[in-house]
Design a binder for this molecule. Structure first.
Ligand SMILES: Cc1ncc(COP(=O)(O)O)c(C=O)c1O
Length: 298
């Protein structure tokens, strides 16, 4: 893994039990995927510049300034993948956290540690999922801001996803304190209604997902679908023609049942499938029009 600008064996990297990021959740991170393209014998990292841009924006919002520029972090990430000779799909996790071991959840000390590691990740293998609206409210933009990808905010996600699993669902959908649909615990959400794609605006307490942005571009440019960013009420979920999650970890995932109501005909809808095919093809480096999103490792 990369730790503080050095490639090290993971066993040589440690964090004290007193570390304040561990004790108080004072960190931010990214989740990036690289896709192996067999026919090109190449590994492509998807939208790495945008992920590191968001990493810096998260750090800036949280008083955890990332001590290295993207111009350093990107070559280090490439180096890490080459060093591990990765020739399969892989998930990359850069993380920056408060390095001090002091007993105060203050963000102003300057020791911000950065590590990058990679791992295989099968997130949710089912082709389509059943979800519930969570009894937990999404933490708001003025609480733990969801637009910063902070470690601490994943307690909110953890509560909702655990509750969903315990109640027999695959995942949860958060609503906001105003009752609008927000996002999943690690995914953005879209509905299809009358051949329009609708997703909640950032003001409904969600992360500005990079897959979300990709899907909006694909829908407009490749499928000529109108795309609206507008608040969605809970009951609009139940009457949608199609609903799906988007995210680096999950990809594009059809939601076929919400709170025991069947969505559409209970299987992946046509628009979801078309968007998924386009996205998977683009991310794997098979669509020349979108090569700009794909950074080759070798
Ligand atoms: C809370 C949350 N929302 C949405 C997303 C989707 O974002 P992206 O598409 O950039 O992975 C993620 C994943 O990072 C997330 O953790």
């Amino acid at each position: 893994m990369f730790d503080q600008g050095e490639i090290l064996d993971e066993s040589k990297v440690s964090v004290s039990i007193r570390n304040k990021a561990l004790n108080y959740g004072l960190g931010c991170f990214e989740g990036i995927r690289a896709f192996w393209n067999d026919s090109q014998n190449q590994l492509y990292i998807f939208r790495i510049y945008d992920h590191y841009k968001r990493f810096h924006e998260s750090g800036n919002a949280l008083h955890i300034p990332i001590p290295y520029t993207s111009m350093k972090l990107i070559p280090w990430t490439l180096q890490l993948l080459r060093k591990n000779n990765v020739r399969e799909d892989v998930y990359i996790r850069p993380i920056c956290f408060k390095g001090a071991n002091t007993l105060r959840p203050n963000l102003l000390d300057q020791y911000n540690r950065v590590s990058i590691y990679c791992t295989q990740l099968t997130y949710m293998p089912k082709p389509a999922i059943k979800v519930c609206v969570s009894s937990w409210t999404r933490s708001g933009n003025n609480m733990i801001p969801p637009q910063a990808k902070s470690t601490g905010n994943y307690l909110n996600s953890g509560l909702a996803s655990s509750e969903a699993r315990l109640n027999g669902f695959d995942e949860a959908i958060f609503i906001t304190d105003r009752g609008n649909v927000s996002e999943g615990t690690g995914e953005n959400i879209f509905i299809v209604k009358n051949n329009k794609l609708i997703t909640p605006p950032l003001s409904d307490h969600l992360l500005a997902g990079i897959t979300r942005d990709t899907v909006m571009q694909i829908a407009k440019n490749e499928l000529q679908l109108p795309v609206l960013e507008q608040s969605i009420a809970r009951t609009e979920l139940y009457s949608a023609d199609e609903v799906f999650f988007t995210g680096t970890a999950i990809g594009i995932k059809a939601i076929i049942n919400i709170d025991h109501r069947m969505i559409g005909n209970g299987s992946e809808g046509t628009i979801t499938r078309n968007i998924r095919f386009l996205y998977e093809n683009i991310a794997r480096g098979n669509n020349p029009k979108y090569f700009g999103f794909c950074t080759p490792v070798y």
